[in-house]
Design a protein around this ligand. Structure first.
Ligand code: NAD
Length: 339
């Protein structure tokens, strides 16, 4: 029997996780929660997802709009084994009580604090520790992208210190409200950005400091990474280590992928749903060892890199698969990730 998954918060992340779960053979979507009868709610019903809403009052507005609504979140949670909470950050605390009341496991996203779940998740770094847990938090898009690089490097060569500059997209492409639209914004102005400490929620022993700059783009984040390793190695060692990771796609600027724009074009050419790029895009020809330190550039598709991690978190927490590497392969195969 397939595991029953509910999605609360069917926006940028929630709708993608729903489709990724529906693509797996060991889990299914039992319903998604929408607050308003928007076009996304209509498309969810067209895709065959049962749409629920978060209050009795909202049922009336769904009925008025003609979009079929199956009931309230309480009714959905009674049918689910686990809920993926992809509501906007900081609503998690309120919903935690509801999930506990219904006895469902919950996966939160990076907008929530580590303390809410008490466990932060990354598929390669700590899958086995998530097996059987009731609560977990999939770390943010940037933290996921960083850990995919830092974890294997630390395991193989040891990281003495990591210094990261994150050039962050201003907002997601579907958002017409946030900016900047013509500026570069140090964010925060004073060290550190929250990303380094967030990496430490999974890899506590890594000495990492990060700075962030908000940029006038919606496509992807760009990371400039500088790492001092404990053991000596050459560029080819790094290429073969990172090139062998299941969710890192090495690209070459000489092939015409010189920017986040072309990285997104690659995702579209690969026929990815919504033009998503689930893997880190890491420039092979950026990998350099200079004065004994490693440098590289990578781009992160903020709307989608956490999606396969959510699928793995569900599998671990429900004990559907105890071996993280097998879950990663299974998720990747179902989604068509061949990096
Ligand atoms: P979003 O705004 O695109 O989607 C949130 C959805 O939740 C919307 O559909 C909204 O209508 C709905 N919602 C609002 N209030 C609700 C409520 N009370 N109950 C149920 N649903 C409610 O947000 P998002 O970008 O998908 O972010 C969701 C989470 O994922 C956040 O924690 C965020 O930090 C994290 N995250 C976002 C990104 C990103 O780049 N967008 C990347 C990684 C992680």
């Amino acid at each position: 029997m397939k595991a029953k998954v509910a999605i609360n918060g069917y926006g940028t992340i929630g709708k993608r996780v729903a489709d990724a779960v529906a693509a797996q053979d060991d889990m299914e979507i039992v319903g998604v929660v929408k607050t308003r009868p928007s076009f996304e709610a209509r498309i969810a019903t067209e895709k065959g997802y049962d749409v629920y809403t978060n209050s009795q009052e909202n049922i009336a507005s769904f009925n008025k709009s003609g979009i079929e609504v199956s009931g309230t979140i309480d009714e959905l949670l009674d049918k689910a084994d686990i809920v993926v909470d992809a509501t906007p950050g900081n609503l998690g605390g309120e919903y935690k009580k509801l999930y506990q009341k219904h006895g469902v496991k919950a996966v939160w996203q990076g907008g929530e604090d580590h303390e809410l779940a008490g466990f932060s998740f990354n598929s390669e770094a700590n899958y086995k520790d998530a097996v059987g847990l009731d609560f977990a938090r999939v770390v943010s898009c940037n933290t996921t992208g960083l850990i995919r690089v830092l974890y294997p490097l630390d395991k193989k060569y040891g990281i003495r210190k990591a210094r990261v500059t994150l050039m962050r997209r201003a907002t997601d492409p579907g958002d017409i409200k946030k900016g900047p639209i013509n500026a570069l914004v140090p964010d925060p102005v004073k060290l550190p950005s929250h990303h380094g400490p967030d990496v430490n929620s999974i890899l506590p022993n890594i000495d990492i400091t990060s700075v962030g700059v908000k940029t006038s783009t919606t496509l992807m984040h760009l990371h400039a990474v500088n790492i001092e390793l404990k053991q000596t190695c050459v560029e080819d060692d790094i290429i073969s280590l990172l090139g062998g990771r299941p969710r890192i796609r090495l690209v070459n600027s000489k092939d015409g992928i010189k920017s986040t724009a072309e990285a997104m074009e690659l995702a579209k050419d690969l026929g990815r749903p919504r033009g998503d790029m689930w893997e880190n895009i890491l420039w092979k020809d950026s990998i350099s060892i200079d004065k004994g330190e490693l440098y590289l550039f990578q781009a992160i598709h903020q709307e989608s890199d956490v999606v396969p991690e959510n699928v793995d978190a569900i599998r671990a927490m429900l004990g559907l698969e105890k071996d993280g590497a097998k879950s990663i392969m299974k998720t990747n195969k179902a989604l068509g990730i061949t990096a």
